[in-house]
Structure formats: structure tokens, C-alpha cells
Design a protein around this ligand. Structure first.
Ligand SMILES: Cc1ncc(COP(=O)(O)O)c(C=O)c1O
Length: 400
């Protein structure tokens, strides 16, 4: 099997399996006062310190959650409600239309139920938000903005945003910025303190940790209304008994991913570039979406090192995916969360593509288990696969 869907989820690191299993074998609620509870608390706090150290945060800025979706919901909803509580006129949320649905659907929910007004931030052809675009959107009325949410790196096309610059623009007006860094952590340099962002989402299962555990990095001075109410864990912002084993697994994964990030980025970018080059040699009209990756953003690459997003004109993405799957190659047509629903990707549409051009999209995402043999496997079959997908699409349109 050739697994090229690491952006959907990546294999758990052996060290994480060991750490999680060892912790699961121990009893103890981290809020209990007896010895087992104190031991569980010690593991949680050591993990908090490790996560903070790896990502340039203070331990008190790390809030453990159940993953990216929860952190995005908590940040967007919690900041919106807190900012409006301070000032009812702050209703505007500035967000690009190519965010992950965990952000998009939350923003739309707030617009439908709590009077939020969405200002869609334009992106360029690569899917990047520019500082002057954000500044212009704020300038419409700086006083009515509740928050800005811009992803650090896009999960479909891999474009990296100039997050530090965007946070500076927001801060000139005292507006907080949340970033979904689910795809960025472990792939590009992420330093919470240096970035200046106020809230940062990430999750374990994209970097070799367990599914169902993640974190929100949150500045101490930023007010956030909780969405989960209960025992008051995690600064009262995220109630719920802490998942000690998951948290230990998350910290183990983040530490490993950040430690090997630079070498892995170089290795994966080289594999990715070969994959793109060889596919385009076999299928000359294939088009790479997003940033070509030749420039830098804030000390890191302008495209995620493991991301190859290609469009194959005259094909349906889903038929390419199934044909590759039958050859033992696993990839995605876009975000795994929206795959299966036959609609063009909202990311590609937000980047200005029309419905026809947005068809035939495939995302190959490489990760820590990827090798030259994986690239060879795709290169060996892509020509016939594309030819068959084209025949199927042509036959389909003749039949209509
Ligand atoms: C950019 C982005 N944000 C959020 C999520 C959701 O994270 P989780 O699966 O941990 O809920 C994903 C997962 O696909 C993602 O790629």
C-alpha cells in the first residue's frame, strides 16, 4: 500500500504508542488530590511544558482539547462572545473563505444565531491572505471587528500564510487573531510567542500523535468564553476530565515532530518536487495548484513541504481517487472531511477557479513514512489512471 494522505491523518509514532500505553495502564484523575491524582497531574503538567517548549509558548498558554475541530470552535466562538460581551458593536469576523470547515461552519453558525457579520477576506491565486487585504477589511470599521481567523497553512493546497504580519495588522487596532495551525505544526516553523497570534489551534493526529487530542494555545490576557461548562479544568476555559494518556501522546508527538521538522521538510520537499515533476512529465496538462513553493514565508517555506495538489483536466477527482485506490495508492481529492460529497472544493473556488477547472483535483500529501518507493508507485500508474478517468468522464458526458 502507498499511503499519500498524511494531511488527513498520519501514522502514530512508535514512541507515542509506547508512551500512551504506559500512561493508560495507570489510574488517576489529574484533578484528584491523592497520590494517583497528583501523579496524573504531574504527567499532564510535564506534557504542557513540553508542548509549550516545542511551540514557543508559556505552559500557562497551553489548553488541552479533543483536537482541531474543538480548538477552532472554542477559539472562534469563545473570542467572539467575549469580545461582544465587552462591546456589543463588535460583530464582524474577518475570515478567508478557504478555511477548514471547523472554522467556516462555526463562523456561519455565529452569523445565523448570534448576529455575527462575516467579512470574507480575499485570497490571491495561491490562496494566500495578504496584509494589505486584511488592513483594508479592518479599515471599513476597526471598531466593529470581533476577531480575525486565518489558517497558518491550507490543508488542501498547502499555501502558507504570512501569519506574523497578519497578527501585527490586527494588533494595530487591538483586534485578536486566531490561527488554525493544524497543518503547520511540525511542517513549518511555528513559534507562538514570536508569531504574535492570540490563539492557535493544533491537533495530535496530523503529527504522529493520537486522534482525539489537541490543544489551543491562548494568550493569558485574552478573554474567551468557554463552550464546555463543568469542572473548570484548563483555566476554566475547557471543562472535562483530562485525557492524561492522550496528552502524554500529544506532547511526545509534538516534541518529536518539531525536533525533526527541518530535516523532514527538506526530505519531503525533495520527494514532493520529484512527484510533481514526474507526474507533469507524464500528464503534461496537469496543473499544480497553490504556491509553487520557491519563495519563503517568515523563515519557512511558502508551501507545505509534503503537499502536492494537482488538477487533471478532463477527469473527475473521485474517479482518479478510486482508480488509484484500486492500484494500492491512497490519496485524497481535498479535505477528507468533505470528500465523499460530490462538490468542487470550496478552497479552489475561493482561489478563483471556476467549477470546471476545480474538477479533477487530487491531493497527495507526504509524511514521515513516505519514501522514494511511494513516488515510484504513483509515477508507474498515473498515465493509465488519468487516461481511464478521462474516458469515464467523456463517456459520462456523452450519456447525458
Ligand atoms: C486545517 C484543519 N483544521 C482542522 C482540522 C480538524 O482537526 P481534527 O481532526 O483534530 O478535529 C483539520 C483536519 O482535517 C484540518 O486539516
Amino acid at each position: 500500500m502507498t499511503y499519500l494522505d498524511h494531511a488527513a491523518t498520519t501514522p502514530v509514532l512508535p514512541a507515542v504508542v509506547t508512551a500512551v500505553a504506559a500512561t493508560m495502564g495507570k489510574v488517576g484523575n489529574a484533578s484528584s488530590l491523592h497520590g494517583s491524582g497528583r501523579e496524573a497531574r504531574r504527567r499532564v503538567e510535564e506534557s504542557r511544558e513540553a508542548v509549550a517548549e516545542a511551540l514557543g509558548a508559556r505552559p500557562s498558554e497551553v489548553l488541552f482539547t479533543s483536537g482541531g475541530t474543538e480548538s477552532d470552535n472554542l477559539a472562534v466562538t469563545g473570542i467572539y462572545r467575549a469580545r461582544r460581551r465587552e462591546d456589543r458593536s463588535r460583530r464582524r469576523i474577518l475570515v478567508p473563505a478557504l478555511e477548514h470547515h471547523a472554522v467556516l461552519d462555526t463562523v456561519e453558525y455565529l452569523a445565523g444565531t448570534e448576529d455575527a457579520v462575516i467579512s470574507w477576506l480575499e485570497v490571491d491565486d495561491y490562496g494566500r491572505v495578504h496584509a494589505d487585504t486584511l488592513a483594508a477589511a479592518i479599515a471599513e470599521n476597526p471598531a466593529d471587528v470581533a476577531l480575525i481567523s486565518v489558517m497558518w497553512a491550507n490543508n488542501e493546497v498547502g499555501t502558507v500564510n504570512p501569519i506574523r504580519e497578519l497578527a501585527q495588522v490586527g494588533h494595530r487596532h487591538g483586534i485578536p487573531l486566531h490561527t488554525d495551525a493544524v497543518q503547520a505544526v511540525g511542517a513549518v516553523p511555528v513559534d507562538f510567542g514570536r508569531s504574535g497570534v492570540d490563539a492557535l489551534t493544533f491537533t495530535g493526529h496530523k503529527l504522529g500523535g493520537p486522534v482525539g487530542v489537541g490543544a489551543l494555545l491562548l494568550r493569558r490576557e485574552l478573554a474567551v468564553e468557554p463552550i464546555l461548562h463543568g469542572g473548570g479544568q484548563e483555566r476554566g476555559v475547557r471543562s472535562g476530565t483530562l485525557d492524561v494518556a492522550g496528552i502524554v501522546g500529544l506532547a511526545t508527538a509534538v516534541t518529536a515532530a518539531v525536533r525533526r521538522r527541518s530535516d523532514e521538510a527538506t526530505r519531503l520537499a525533495a520527494l514532493r518536487d520529484r512527484l510533481v515533476r514526474e507526474i507533469c512529465a507524464i500528464v503534461p496538462d496537469a496543473v499544480l495548484s497553490g504556491d509553487p513553493g520557491c519563495s519563503g514565508v517568515d523563515g519557512g517555506p511558502s508551501r507545505l513541504p509534503g503537499n502536492a495538489h494537482l488538477r487533471f483536466p478532463g477527469c473527475e477527482g473521485d474517479s482518479l481517487l478510486m482508480l488509484l485506490d484500486s492500484e494500492g495508492i491512497e490519496c485524497s481529492t481535498g479535505s477528507a472531511c468533505t470528500a465523499g460529497v460530490a462538490r468542487p472544493s470550496h478552497v479552489l473556488l475561493a482561489m478563483g477557479l471556476n467549477e470546471t477547472d476545480a474538477r479533477g483535483a487530487l491531493r497527495f500529501s507526504l509524511g514521515h513514512t513516505s519514501t522514494e518507493a511511494d513516488v515510484d508507485a504513483v509515477v508507474a500508474v498515473i498515465g493509465p489512471v488519468v487516461a481511464r478517468a478521462r474516458q469515464a468522464m467523456a463517456a459520462g458526458s456523452r450519456g447525458r
